[in-house]
Design a protein around this ligand. Structure first.
Ligand SMILES: [Zn+2]
Length: 162
């Protein structure tokens, strides 16, 4: 209920981060637990920031159209607006703290603090060049974990009997 009380006026900075854990999943390797603190960004904040990004990019079109060669700058501003707006809109969570190691090689991985992300998110390992998926594994407050993006649990496959 706290989420709905301050959706319109509060910035994400005023909300307490969701202390919890995450895990890094890489195919063929055991999942590695991580320290992950994220903060859910309210829909109103995401929408407002997306609209601002779109407006800024599109309002610069008349200005950049004066700079030769004109057409590439106009096209760039025209396309950058929806791209940046989409990034703002889909970033449901903001990373507050992340500490994790690559499930493949064990090296330390970095995720930019303050970055808006959608979970699960891919993280590339600069050492072994494999891509792990960072998932929120709780203990988050009920309803905070993006359940709709998690795949349903697989049922046990029936093995052929010899
Ligand atoms: Zn690695």
């Amino acid at each position: 209920m706290r989420e709905s009380e301050n959706t319109a006026s509060a910035e994400t900075e005023s909300r307490p981060p969701e202390a919890g854990t995450g895990r890094l999943v890489l195919f063929g390797h055991a999942p590695v637990p991580t320290v992950l603190e994220v903060e859910r960004r309210p829909d109103a904040v995401r929408f407002r920031r997306a609209a601002i990004r779109l407006a800024i990019c599109w309002l610069t079109i008349p200005v950049v159209a004066l700079v030769p060669p004109h057409l590439p700058w106009v096209a760039l501003a025209l396309l950058a607006g929806p791209y940046m707006a989409r990034r703002e809109w889909i970033g449901e969570f903001e990373i507050r703290r992340f500490e994790g190691r690559c499930p493949g090689c064990g090296e330390r991985l970095d995720a930019k603090v303050g970055r808006s992300v959608r979970l699960p998110m891919p993280i590339d390992c600069p050492h072994c060049h494999r891509q792990s998926m960072l998932e929120h594994a709780g203990p988050a407050r009920a309803g905070e974990v993006p359940q709709r993006r998690q795949r349903p649990a697989r049922t046990a496959c029936s093995r052929p009997t010899p």
